[in-house]
Design a protein around this ligand. Sequence first.
Ligand code: COA
Length: 160
Amino acid sequence: MVKAVYPGTFDPITHGHSDLIGRACRLFEEVKVAIAISPSKKPLFPVEERVALAREVLAEHGNVTVCSFHCLLADFCRKERAQVILRGLRAVSDFEYEFQLAGMNRRLVPEVETLFLTPAENFSYISSSLIKEIAGLGGDVSEFVHPVVQTALIEKLGRP
Ligand code: COA
C-alpha cells in the first residue's frame, strides 16, 4: 500500500492538477490532496472553498481524498503515514524551486520520497494565477478548469 500526498495551494484546482492526480491514482493505492493555507500567496479562495472545489472536481476518483493542512508538510506526511510526496513538473523553470523543496523535505522527513510527474503537454503552461488573471479580465477559462471552478471564479471575480 503506497500512500502519496499531493500538496499545493490549489487556488483554484485546474485541469493541470487533475491530470496529474489522474495519473497518480493509477500508480498509488491512495492519493491525498493536501491543500495548504499558503497565506503568503494571498489566495483568492479561502482554504475551505479550495477543499470543496477540489472534492467536487475529483469526486470520480475512488482512491483520492482531499483535506487542508495547517502545519509543516513534513509533519503532515508523518501523521498521515505517507511514503510519497507528489509534485508536478511543468517546465524546467519549476525545477529549481522543486529541487529545493524536495531537498528540505528529505531533511525534515527522510522516510518520505518526493516523486515528480509531468502533466499532459497541453496543460504544461497552466498556472492558477494565470487562470485567475484571465477569468478576472473576462476571458474564457473553460478549457482549463472544471465547470464548478469556472462558476466559482465568476462568482468571486464577477463578470466584467
Ligand atoms: N498543473 C497546473 N498548474 C500547476 C501544476 C499542474 N500540474 N502544478 C503546479 N501548478 C501551479 C499551481 O497552480 C501554482 O500556480 P500559482 O503559483 O500561479 O498559484 C504553481 O504551479 C505552484 O503552486 P503549487 O503547486 O500550489 O505549490 P505551491 O508552491 O503554492 O505550494 C507547498 C507549495 C504548499 C507544497 C509548500 O509551500 C508547502 O509545503 N507548504 C507547507 C508549509 C511547509 O511545510 N513549508 C516548508 C516546505 S520545505
